[in-house]
Ligand binder design. Structure first.
Ligand code: WQD
Length: 355
């Protein structure tokens, strides 16, 4: 029995594949390598000393998915494949809606044809309503911060990327209502950062990084002169944005627990995967400087459109029902990210290939 991982050469997908291989699972990956590199397969096999079945292709290609199901006895699917840049989704909504939704509908149709009704879906905290519109909790020092977000928090995506996740979640709820033989776990990630301890895989975005940690790494490697901190006038501890950063290996473990949870029939469940702690931009920058010993010059600029002051998880439902809890510290996240950046840099010969 095998597990099909769509988008398995991507950032979260590849780290999850490693954890699943360590659990002696047979893994089949389909990925179109649009936002990842073939060398990730080699890195996964080097780290785990296990073989992976890899198919280079698009999940929208229903016949290719059928071929995979015909060749492998797929017992469950972890679905990561999808475009995920918030800003890009605003510029190119049609591409995002077509790619993210059509690929999922193709996958679900073939799963149904082959009576494979176990799915873990990669969703995002972006589906939650803009936290600033919810009455923030007053905290001791009088600084106002957002509320810890639980799964019953109001949903309302503010960009096409987040809307694709919201729509797919609705499709999954409707499928379950029509056929309760499905076991579906929706995982809503907060802000994944960090890398596998080996430093052989990590977050490797194309082009100018949108997210904070990849940008910090490029400043640390002197590829960029300084970090732009988007606003220091938010109602938070130091005025900069607060987020729930979670180690990508903690996230990978959450997927393993979700698959184990399905073994005893779970129906449709939704869980936040976060640490439950919020850290500001400046806290992350200062922690990175402390563990790497590298200065991170920065400039304060205006707020980024669409950003909110504070967003962090209430992870108690996953802790209780999945028996999962984030273990790594912010220092662990920064240390592993820096190791990934330096190992990759050491192997760097100008062609941007991973090791
Ligand atoms: C974090 C904080 C910025 C870059 C996004 C997606 C979300 C999810 C995670 C997929 C904010 C500040 C950032 C920079 C900065 N991805 N920042 N300078 O926006 O919380 O979430 O990634 O599911 O869908 O929305 O993450 O890393 O972009 O920003 O000051 O160069 O860092 O203002 O406060 P975000 P982020």
């Amino acid at each position: 029995m095998a597990i099909l991982v769509t988008g398995g050469t991507g950032y979260i997908g590849s780290h999850t594949v490693i954890r699943l291989l360590e659990k002696e699972q047979e893994i089949v990956i389909i990925d179109n390598l649009f936002n990842s590199k073939l060398s990730v397969i080699e890195s996964i096999e080097k780290i785990t000393q296990k073989k992976v079945n890899f198919y280079c292709g698009d999940v929208c290609n229903r016949q290719m998915i059928r071929d995979i199901f015909m060749r492998h006895n797929i017992k469950s699917v972890v679905h990561f494949a999808g475009l995920k840049a918030v800003g890009e989704s605003v510029e190119k909504p049609l591409i995002y809606y077509h790619n993210n939704i059509m690929s999922t509908l193709s996958l679900l149709a073939v799963m149904d044809e082959y009576h494979c009704k176990r799915l873990v879906f990669s969703s995002s905290a972006t589906v939650y309503q803009d936290a600033k519109t919810v009455l923030p909790e007053q905290i001791g020092t009088g600084i106002i911060e957002g509320k810890a977000i639980s799964e019953d928090f109001p949903l309302n995506a503010t960009n096409p990327y987040g809307m694709t996740k919201l729509m797919i979640e609705q499709v999954l709820r409707d499928i379950y209502m029509s056929d309760n033989q499905w076991d579906i776990v929706i995982l809503r990630y907060f802000n994944p950062i960090g890398a596998h301890e080996s430093g052989l895989i990590g977050e490797d975005p194309n082009g100018i990084p949108n997210n904070l940690m990849p940008y910090i790494l490029e400043v640390a490697k002197k590829k960029r002169p300084y970090l732009n901190i988007f606003g220091n006038d938010y109602p938070t501890k130091d005025g900069t944005g607060v987020r729930d950063y979670i180690h990508v290996m903690d996230l990978a473990d959450g997927h393993v627990k979700a698959l184990e949870h399905m073994e005893s029939r779970c129906g449709l469940k939704t869980y936040n995967l976060g640490t439950g702690k919020g850290y500001s931009v400046l806290e992350l920058v200062n922690t990175f400087k402390k563990v790497s010993g590298v200065d991170i010059p920065y400039r304060i600029t205006g707020r980024r459109l669409g950003d909110i002051a504070s967003c962090y998880a209430n992870p108690s439902k996953a802790e209780k029902e999945l028996r999962w809890k984030a273990n790594y510290s912010l220092e662990d996240m920064c240390r592993s990210a820096w190791k990934w950046a330096t190992v990759k840099n050491l192997s760097f010969n100008g062609d941007e290939e991973n090791v």
